[in-house]
Design a protein around this ligand. Structure first.
Ligand SMILES: NC(=O)c1ccc[n+]([C@@H]2O[C@H](COP(=O)([O-])OP(=O)(O)OC[C@H]3O[C@@H](n4cnc5c(N)ncnc54)[C@H](O)[C@@H]3O)[C@@H](O)[C@H]2O)c1
Length: 313
């Protein structure tokens, strides 16, 4: 499908910016719909068209969706931590908002939807690792429940109306562009604190295991999915395939920054699952893709961006 037209909701965000660049590089006509598109914004890609607005605004969607072949629905009004205790808001904005978007996409003849689901939250407490796509989905957070509900609605619309989709259950992406002050992204948050000589707060004892995926590898997975017919109507885990504890992650960041972290352990949060490592066997087979960036390499690439970000503030 290279050379076709796509709309990326949330295209001004962390993953979105990388994806805009990756898609434009291989000839896609890219439109971005994001509620936050500042006029004088350095992150703008001159090859893309930017529209400021809400992804659930049907009047706006009727203007910008015609001619779009693929919808990449990255915008999310919450993160896992932001959704905690705000489930009604999560349902109203993310779930209902996404249903408006999907219905309008179908009406306007969009051929395919790519949805970044959350490999870290849809499975809930893990029975076995690495987690395959067949693992039971019993999310314990509002974020995971909403992502799973959206997955189910996408599949329902596929069954009822022929909507084509690729659902990507993404692990923990990191890389340049992820802001250290955000409510998710352990690499950026920890590196930001260490570089600012601030204490690093860890929820629990640091034994929690996560699967950290370099954002460049994630972009390659999306590009591979758009190239491959085998990814149509599939749910795919997209991760590094490796588990790293929070303590291990911290020592990699210490090595790269050359500084010791001042760690403050806090009580564990009850919506954090203890272990999450995704099996990426299916993605390897369907996409002919595999992650190329080791954690140390990826962190080495990320830390200079965070230093630059902090120095500009
Ligand atoms: N970052 C992660 O750890 C991670 C992990 C798995 C899945 N994901 C999913 O990937 C997607 C992108 O994540 P990210 O880290 O780039 O997020 P981000 O917060 O950096 O970007 C999200 C973008 O969406 C925009 N947005 C929010 N509400 C909007 C609305 N109502 N209308 C239009 N735009 C709106 C924001 O302005 C922002 O630019 C999200 O759906 C997220 O749930 C992220």
């Amino acid at each position: 499908m290279t050379g076709s037209s796509c709309l990326i909701t949330g295209g001004a965000g962390f993953i979105g910016c990388h994806l805009v660049r990756g898609l434009a590089d291989v000839g896609w006509r890219v439109k971005v719909l994001d509620s936050f598109v500042p006029e004088e914004w350095a992150g703008r890609d001159p090859r893309a068209e930017y529209v400021a607005g809400n992804f659930s605004d049907r009047d706006l969607l009727q203007k910008i969706l015609p001619g779009v072949d693929v919808l990449l629905h990255l915008a999310s009004t919450t993160t896992p931590a932001m959704a905690y205790g705000r489930s009604a808001y999560d349902v109203e904005t993310n779930l209902i908002g996404t249903l408006h978007l999907l219905e309008e996409a179908l009406r306007q003849g969009v051929g395919r939807v790519v949805f970044p689901s959350s490999g870290g939250t849809v499975y809930g407490k893990v029975l076995r690792t690495p987690i395959t796509e067949k693992h039971p989905t019993r999310p314990i957070s509002s974020h995971g429940i909403i992502k799973l509900a959206i997955e189910n609605y996408i599949q329902m619309l596929s069954h009822e109306k022929g909507l084509k989709y690729t659902i990507m259950r993404i692990a923990n992406p990191y890389g340049p562009g992820q802001r250290p002050g955000a409510s998710q992204g352990a690499v950026a948050v920890f590196a930001g604190k260490i570089l600012n000589n601030e204490p690093v707060e860890i929820w629990g004892d640091g034994s929690v295991v996560r699967d950290f995926l370099y954002v460049g590898d994630l972009v390659q997975a999306v590009l591979a999915a758009l190239r491959s017919k085998e990814s149509v109507n599939q749910i795919l885990n997209i991760g590094s395939g490796c588990g790293v504890s929070i303590r291990e992650l911290l020592s990699v960041i210490e090595e790269v920054t050359g500084r010791r972290a001042d760690v403050r352990f806090q009580p564990a949060r009850n919506f954090d699952v203890p272990v999450n490592i995704l099996s990426i066997k299916k993605a390897r087979a369907k996409l002919g893709w595999q992650p190329e960036t080791r954690l140390l390499e990826g962190v080495r690439d990320t830390v200079p961006w965070i230093e630059g970000f902090l120095s500009r503030r």
